[in-house]
Design a protein. Sequence first.
Length: 195
Amino acid sequence: MGKKTTLSSANNRSHIVSAAYKLLAESGYDAATMKEIANAAGVAPGLIHYYFNSKDELLQEVLYTAGERYVKEVEQWCNTLSPQQLLSTTFTEPQQRVVNEPEWFRLRCELFALGLRNTNFHEAVQVMLSTGRQCITRLVRQIAGEAIANPESMAAILLAAFDGLALQKLADPDFDLESSYRVLFQMFISQLSDG
């Protein structure tokens, strides 16, 4: 019976984090309430407070969970894809995510703004950006080998480009995301040729 309680507890926490992700991305941090998150998760409002002391803590958990998901995706790509497939995936995945999962980028953008104003989010922003850079660095190393002298800097630039292009698409639905990604891809390829 203890195992069932543990599974139920983990399941409740997971439902709360998933519901929070959806509502925070749709409504924004200020508009999404703990009560709405509880309703969306199908749990009593008091249960959220059992797992999370505040909405700040819940948002941080949402971001850490999303970061862990990305780390696992990158690990799977690196273990299963050829360097050429990995090159393609590195650029098509974030472009497709802007279209298929715009809420993730809306939430990232909101966190960036919160992180600049609210000290409770400084660490979460640092972890989110650091995790992204580490994952992209791994991709760059596996794709380029020694052809790119500073893969960490290249990863930082690619992360900034991915986030910046997503922001432009979110702010302007007519923005030509595909063309911009083609140029970014060509810029990366030219670095491989120069190296």
